[in-house]
Design a protein around this ligand. Structure first.
Ligand SMILES: [Zn+2]
Length: 198
């Protein structure tokens, strides 16, 4: 699917990799959309994710299948929802993340760069591109959900929005400015209606 230049039409907002996978389920025009239902959109999403700096060392090879992406996404969505709620996490979801990480364990390498300058590299053994990409997303989930940002993982509460985000500054309450505006309009609407009814 690489080389296809159609744009991804869902939300990609420089969130963490695990959050971006979570957010391939989104709302558009009042309807739920699953980007993984559309092969072209799945390809566009994968191309955008593979271009991320943290995935600079992806080997060549086939992309993850929709089934593999869905399997990891189901686990990530369960874990993100639990953590955002401050609830206990599901052991099966954790097992999926762990198995995905284990499929492509990265070993740090000291590479010889131009003029034999030291360059950091990673060896993934016999892992495929798909293994490495999925493992990067799974490892990001581990890092995010157990690290200092764990308590900042949120599910957007704006009307109709199903996206997750990491609350990167104290005043951020919504996944996007658009959601913040809609939430304020909804509050205003309810306040005006409330006043009319009394
Ligand atoms: Zn939102």
């Amino acid at each position: 699917m690489r080389g296809v230049t159609i744009a991804y039409s869902g939300p990609l907002r420089d969130e963490r990799l695990a959050i971006e996978l979570h957010n391939t389920v989104y709302a558009a025009g009042g309807a739920g959309v699953d980007a993984l239902d559309d092969p072209a959109q799945t390809g566009a999403w994968l191309a955008a994710i593979a271009a991320r700096e943290e995935l600079a060392e992806l080997p060549d090879g086939p992309e993850p299948s929709v089934g593999e992406l869905r399997g990891l996404r189901t686990a990530v969505r369960s874990l993100v929802a639990s953590v955002a709620d401050g609830a206990a996490i599901d052991a099966e979801a954790a097992a999926v993340v762990n198995a995905t990480c284990a499929a492509a364990p990265g070993v740090l390498r000291l590479e010889l760069g131009p003029d034999r300058r030291p360059v950091r590299g990673t060896a993934f053994g016999g892992a495929t591109r798909s293994d490495v990409l999925l493992a990067a997303i799974a490892a990001d989930a581990v890092d995010l959900l157990t690290g200092p940002l764990r308590d900042e993982v949120r599910v957007c509460g704006a009307p109709g929005c199903v996206l997750a985000f990491v609350k990167t500054h104290p005043r951020r309450s919504w996944c996007s400015n658009g959601c913040g505006n809609r939430a304020r309009q909804a509050r205003h609407y309810h306040r005006v209606r409330g006043e009319q009814e009394t």
